[in-house]
Design a protein around this ligand. Structure first.
Ligand code: BTN
Length: 255
């Protein structure tokens, strides 16, 4: 990496690829072979980039940053969900100085600029019982893309499109790795609360009308809070409260 890394572990062991199917798959294989905490895989292009909920991740050469970090935090499985929020906060903080307005976070861990997606996180856990062996934290950021195919044209944006300026992928990667190491260390030392506070401060979702599937039925309400366990607390139109713990919520374009 051309920019100096200000980390102790993250990105110190680095595998840089021109092309791979998915950096998360490469990282998992490396973790199983014994890669240390913080080992990182970056690829210039992914041919089968993966997103949440079985979706793909648009991963053209030159445009996006695709990286996966192997985290081996001393956390029980039940606390590892905090890693995906830590990654979202670190991604937003790394991108903030490059954008004309602050990026925001859509529950649970999408990075947004305005009403469009700038980046996403895919965390994949490997555990033995309650013990976390490792988590692959996969992060995809749209940096210098000047166009997106099909429906993504409406839904996605990039730093270049948002700011009118190209950015240096290596610098963003270095800032991201530094921020992520800090956030994960904070999660381990102090629990989820400080990350929860930072997520809330950057939230795109809280206070907005949302729609989501709950036990097969579409529900609508107002997102009220991020709960201490990462669930989204939604107040339904009849005043009842529901905790959304998985899946996606759609933010409705009204206040
Ligand atoms: C999402 O928002 O659906 C999550 C997208 C995660 C994409 C990144 S790109 C690097 C890493 N490798 C993958 O195959 N996926 C993640």
């Amino acid at each position: 990496m051309s920019t100096p890394l200000r980390t102790l572990r993250y990105g110190r062991a680095l595998l840089r690829l021109e092309r791979c199917a998915s950096t998360n798959d490469e990282a998992r294989a490396w973790a199983l072979a014994g890669a240390p905490d913080g080992a990182t895989v970056i690829s210039a292009e992914q041919t089968a980039g993966r997103g949440r909920a079985g979706r793909g991740w648009h991963s053209p050469n030159s445009g996006g940053l695709y990286l996966s970090i192997i985290a081996r935090p001393p956390l029980p499985v039940s606390k590892t969900l905090g890693l995906s929020f830590a990654a979202a906060v670190a991604a937003a903080e790394a991108l903030a100085p490059l954008l004309p307005a602050p990026p925001t976070l859509k529950w649970p861990n999408d990075v947004f600029f305005g009403d469009q997606k700038l980046g996403g996180i895919l965390c994949e856990l490997s555990a033995t019982g309650e013990r976390c062996d490792f988590v692959v934290i996969g992060i995809g950021l749209n940096l210098n893309n000047d166009t997106f195919p099909g429906p993504l044209r409406e839904l996605a944006t990039s730093v270049a499109l948002a700011s009118g300026r190209r950015c240096d992928e290596a610098e963003v990667a270095a800032a991201l790795l530094s921020g992520l190491e800090e956030e994960v260390d904070l999660l381990v030392a102090a629990g989820f609360e400080p990350i929860r506070a930072r997520w809330r401060a950057r939230s795109y979702t809280l206070g907005r009308r949302v729609s989501f599937l709950h036990e097969g039925t579409r529900r609508t309400g107002t997102a009220r809070d991020l709960e201490p366990d990462g669930a989204l607390l939604v107040e339904l139109d009849d005043g009842a409260q529901l905790r959304v713990i998985a899946g996606d919520v759609a933010v409705l374009q009204e206040r």
